[in-house]
Every structure is written in C-alpha cells, then in structure tokens.
Design a protein around this ligand. Sequence first.
Ligand SMILES: *Cc1c(COP(=O)(O)O)cnc(C)c1O
Length: 360
Amino acid sequence: MTQPHVKLQIPGPVEVSPETFAAMCQPMIGHRGSGFQALYADIQPKLQQVLHTRQPVFLSTSSAWGVMEAAIRNLVAKKVLCCCCGAFSDKWFDVAQRCGKAAEALKVEWGQPILPEQVEQRLKTGEFDAITVVHNETSTGLMNPLAEIAAVVRRFPEVSFIVDTVSSMTAVKVEPDALGIDVMLAGVQKAWALPPGLTVFTVSERALQKAATIPGRGYYFDFLEFKANHDKNMTPSTPSIPHIYGLQFKLNQMLAEGMDNRYARHQRMAQMVRDWARRNGFELFPRAGYESVTLTCVKNNRQIDVAKFQKLLKERHNILIDGGYGAIKGKSFRIAHMGDETPATIADLLPRLDDCLQRL
Ligand SMILES: *Cc1c(COP(=O)(O)O)cnc(C)c1O
C-alpha cells in the first residue's frame, strides 16, 4: 500500500478491522454446496438474536438502496407514504416514484424529526398501504422516535411498515417483531463495520403474503425468491461469500461483547462527541432530544471553514470526517462513532479535532 491509511470517521463506510478483513479471506466455496449451507445455517440464528427477531433474515448482495427499492416494489400496491426528514428519506420518495408507484411525501424540515401525530394524520385518510421511515437519518444526524411511530402504524394493519435502520442496526436496540416492522434493512458498511456490498434485512410473514399478490417484483430483489432459497439455506443468486464470512465473524464478536454492552458503548461514544462539540461552542444540527447515537452532526454556528478543518485533519492526523451532506454542506459537519469504535478511540480522536480547530 503506497497511500497512507486514512482513518474513516465519516458515517459510512466506516473503518474495517484487520481481523474482519482476515475473516473474509477464506477459501472460496460454491454457493450451492453444503459448505455454504452450513455457513448460512450457522449465522441465521445469530442474525435473529442480534436483530431481536424470529423472522427470517435475508442477505442481499447489494448496497442498502437495492433493498430500499425492493421493499417498494414488493409491498406497494396502492400508495406509499414516505416520511422525509433528510437526504436519505427524501430520496426514498423519489425512488418510490421512479418505481412507478403512487407516493406522497410527509416532509419536515431537515433537522426535525417525524412525529407520530403527523404520521397518524396521513394514515387515517386510508389512502396508503405502505409507509417508509428512516430510523436514523444519517444526513442530519437525527434519530426518529421509531417506537412512537410504530405504535401509530400498528393501528393501521393494511399498511406495510418499511424501516431503514441502515445507520442504527446493531448500535441501537430495535425489536422489529414487537414494533410490527414488516421490513427492516441495513447495509453492512455502517454500524456492522464491514466493507460495503451486502445488505441484511428482515421480512415479516404478512409482508411475504402481501408480496405474493403484487405484480412486477422482478427477480433479483423478489422477497419470495429470498424466502424460497432461505428455506434451503441459500440466497437467490451468487452472494458475496467473503462478506458472509465477515458477517459470521462480526456476529460472533457482537454476541461475545453482548448486545446491551454494545448499545451502551455507542451511547457513551455519542455523549463524548456531543460534549466535545458543546465544549467548543458548537450546537448540534438535529432538534434536541433526537440526536443520533451513531454519528454527530455538528451545526456550524461558529462559521468555521469546514473544508479547511477537514483538510487539516486529513493532512495532520490521517483522519477523514464528513463536511456536511448535500444542502447542509459547510453548514454542518459529521463525525461517526459506530461499529468498532470505542470510548478509547474516541478519546484519541477528540484532541486531534481540537488541534485542527485551533489552527483554523
Ligand atoms: C448510507 C445510507 C443509505 C444508503 O446506503 P447505500 O449503501 O449507499 O445504498 C441509506 N439510508 C441511510 C440512513 C444511510 O445512512
């Protein structure tokens, strides 16, 4: 490697440990053979344990957007309500329309959460048979009140509840069965701390039944294909097998740490970075009480030169942070604290941030 290792402190992809890479480097096996079936069968109960579900957990060789689009194609017959509060949730509305589905946006200002009463007001019109919610809106560093939204959605049994937990899965406790979530998905390059290229997702029994009635599901992302192959401990097409070895390694690691310890570790790291921001005269971008646990989106109320701050961090410390997403570039910056990060690695990061702030 001729390039220096620039440590990723952006909200995805995040750092991947050498141990994880090593676990992915195992001899290749055929995806229709007993070796693969044994691998799939080994990780399935662990996936269910980590995700707090009795539903099957499917593996898609795609980034998260593949399954975000799939959920629309498999589950929207009438009209989908897309809850929009940032770049990813806004884009889901666009994707739904591009799939040729009737869709409506429930829009709030970036930095504001989606509130349960807003959801209720739209769902009670009876116009919708699906809803999309991004749990942790990575672009604004905001975590939506998922349990409260779920309590509303459960009162509308005809509505499929589709939830993006891309940047919260395994870092924050979400119980899809208890909440009534029909599809819960995440790409593995966020809190899973694996390289990008695989998406983990749950599909409820009632969602599978509904999908069977919906035309135009295609093949690659057809939930029924996933289920039929899952029953044989396989995936519909050749998966990224190294990723699945990596997933096995991460699952074992998570279960050894204990999920509650893992959630507490993420809370601790989030608090450290929020405290750093306040100590330095910054406000946080999301509304108070809705801050993300896996990343901090700092509001640039001090009007610092964010691009220069980013450049200094990279040149002086080989660390990459994010300079703000889309419409809030330069008006905010984001620091990720998820996956394999620990309070010790964050304690190492913070003085480096100070060093660069002082040089602006
Ligand atoms: C990163 C991210 C996505 C998109 O993931 P891809 O891997 O680029 O498909 C979607 N939603 C959220 C909340 C994200 O953070």
